[in-house]
Design a protein around this ligand. Structure first.
Ligand SMILES: [Zn+2]
Length: 216
């Protein structure tokens, strides 16, 4: 039997894989019926190949899981970033309107006392609490000269000049309730004596928002 066992053991791997010819298969099975030693070898082969298959499956599964979780992390992070950007933008624009509590009214050069009085009255009618400041031509000239530093004297000829001055008198309007700004803007912009109206819309809303947070 010794010789037959050697042959069968050589064939057992192929037998286990199911690739033997019909004759060889019959030969192996016939031998296995009577030989315990070869049966034990076949058992070992079956165990080992089963474990290898299982490991292969586990490895493949792990790979898929790794890929899925990596993609999920990327998607989640992207979604969070997009959400933060959206929330930031909403916050900026919701708060931006609330922050505007000041506006400027640039007056016509030839505004009359009566027209100025009318404008002031309309401002006060449209605001619950308001503070009106004048920025005269010469005050603006001083500000501009400070900014120009050593070139300041080029503006000196315009001091006190009514007709030549590049500046117009400005009303600076400060309110407590930001909603009053839009009401005043609407009421004042077409009045005689008004040249232009501005609110802080000219400013960058992002910077305004950030400055409110940082310097609160
Ligand atoms: Zn045998």
């Amino acid at each position: 039997m010794k010789n037959e066992c050697d042959i069968v053991k050589d064939l057992l791997f192929s037998y286990n894989d199911g690739v033997l010819s019909e004759n060889s298969k019959n030969f192996v099975e016939k031998h296995l019926k009577t030989c315990e030693s070869c049966n034990n070898v076949l058992k070992e082969i079956r165990q080992e190949s089963g474990e290898i298959e299982q490991e292969k499956e586990i490895d493949a599964f792990k790979g898929v899981r790794k890929k899925i979780s990596k993609r999920n992390v990327i998607i989640s992070v992207s979604v969070i970033i997009i959400l933060i950007i959206i929330i930031f933008n909403v916050l900026v624009f919701v708060n931006y309107n609330k922050m505007i509590t000041t506006m400027q009214i640039i007056l016509q050069k030839d505004i009359t006392e009566e027209q100025l009085e009318d404008i002031e009255n309309v401002i006060r009618e449209n605001a619950s609490e308001v503070e009106i400041k004048y920025l005269s031509r010469d005050e603006q000239l001083n500000m501009m000269q400070n900014w120009l530093e050593e070139d300041a004297n080029i503006l000196e000829p315009y001091r006190g000049s009514e007709d030549n001055s590049p500046f117009r008198t400005i009303l600076i309007v400060n309110v407590k309730d930001n909603e009053d700004i839009q009401k005043i803007m609407e009421a004042v912009k077409d009045m005689p004596g008004t040249y232009k109206t501005f609110d802080n819309i000219e400013q960058n809303p992002y910077l305004l928002f950030l400055s409110q947070i940082l310097y609160r």
